[in-house]
Design a protein around this ligand. Structure first.
Ligand SMILES: NC(=O)c1ccc[n+]([C@@H]2O[C@H](COP(=O)([O-])OP(=O)(O)OC[C@H]3O[C@@H](n4cnc5c(N)ncnc54)[C@H](O)[C@@H]3O)[C@@H](O)[C@H]2O)c1
Length: 326
């Protein structure tokens, strides 16, 4: 039985990954400090004899040392996330994202463990060509704007992981997640889909930031955790970086309309300027963000299979049950 350690295991993606790996015969240990994660995400796993969890910070080197020594493979997902969170708490963002990854890599190298690290499409920054390919140049914004600290801290994580691979042959795999959505994702840290769904279900105005013409691709979390497991089980993924995401593009305005329709809602849709939404002058958003998934398809044959409308239906059903339990 493969023993997996999942950092951020009580988070949105981490809890789905825990379930996916348990279903596929792994033993799973989750570590999470519950800063943006929730115990209720993993409560369904509490009685599984192959699951255990620790409520702890990943920078606690004593705990990490023990947990890494007891596992075969690490899935490092713990991070400060969410635009709102990053703008409000930039020190925490930088310290957790860089310090946490450093602790994981150092400890993994002590025990020679395989490590998979979650990075982000934000590393591409404003983007130089479309679709985004793993070996593209990146174009970041100024350090005066704290929103870029997330992308920069994740880019340092990538450099550090590749350095451990190059210098001491640590078996690392990096994956850049594009917008990932599904049941359990919460909206309070700035995630767009759960916010839209909650507003739609409450028949409140759906607030779209900017002109709503920015294009995004939303990957389904069940597809995404399948890709992560596939990479973990592939030796050819060692020392490599992969995009994981959907390539079905939608504008944010259209997303709001589709969520309103599928939730059978009477909500209006309002455009809100970025400055007002984030109370930060000169907030920069990206017009378009679309992954090339050629590399992961060639490596492990993965491609997303869930259409966006089906994903919206899953999220609407999840929130309907949370807001109006049967
Ligand atoms: N959801 C997306 O669209 C998306 C996109 C790109 C990248 N990612 C990456 O995927 C990973 C998981 O994100 P998510 O969407 O599931 O968000 P999430 O907030 O649900 O998960 C992050 C988890 O890390 C935990 N955490 C944060 N700091 C910690 C610390 N110091 N010690 C222990 N635990 C800590 C949080 O409590 C949370 O459970 C992150 O690394 C994120 O950067 C997600």
């Amino acid at each position: 039985m493969i023993r997996a350690l999942i950092t951020g295991g009580a988070g949105f993606i981490g809890s789905h990954l825990s379930e996916q790996l348990l279903k596929n015969g792994y033993h799973v240990t989750a570590i999470d400090n519950l800063s943006t994660g929730r115990l209720q995400n993993i409560e369904g796993l509490a009685n599984d004899p192959n699951f255990r969890y620790a409520i702890e910070d990943i920078r606690n080197i004593h705990v990490i040392d023990r947990l890494v020594s007891e596992c075969d493979i690490i899935f490092h997902l713990a991070a400060a996330v969410g635009v709102r969170n990053i703008i409000d708490r930039p020190i925490n963002t930088i310290e957790v994202n860089i310090g946490g990854t450093e602790t994981i890599l150092k400890t993994a190298s002590r025990y020679r463990r395989r490590v998979l690290i979650a990075s982000t499409s934000e590393v591409y920054g404003k983007g130089v060509s479309f679709p985004f390919r793993e070996d593209d140049d990146t174009l970041s914004g100024p350090t005066l704007r704290s929103r870029w600290s997330y992308a920069a801290s994740k880019a340092i994580d990538e450099f550090l992981a590749f350095a451990y691979h190059a210098e001491i042959d640590l078996p690392v795999t990096l994956f850049r997640l594009f917008n990932t959505v599904g049941p359990r994702q919460v909206g309070q840290y700035g995630m767009v889909v759960p916010r839209f769904v909650r507003w739609a279900l409450a028949n409140e105005p759906i607030q779209v930031y900017g002109d709503g013409q920015q294009q995004r691709c939303f990957g389904n979390v069940y597809d995404v955790v399948g890709a992560i497991q596939g990479l973990a089980e592939s030796d050819c993924a060692i020392g490599e970086l992969y995009n994981i995401g959907s390539n079905e593009e939608v504008s944010i305005l259209e997303l709001a309309q589709r969520i309103r329709d599928r939730a059978d809602s009477a909500s209006t849709i309002e455009l809100v300027p970025y400055e007002q939404a984030y109370q930060q002058p000169g907030f920069e958003d990206f017009r378009r963000r679309v992954p090339s998934i050629e590399k992961i398809r060639a490596a492990i044959g993965w491609q997303p299979t869930t259409p966006l409308d089906d994903t919206i239906d899953q999220i609407v059903a999840y929130y309907q049950n949370e807001m109006y339990p049967a």
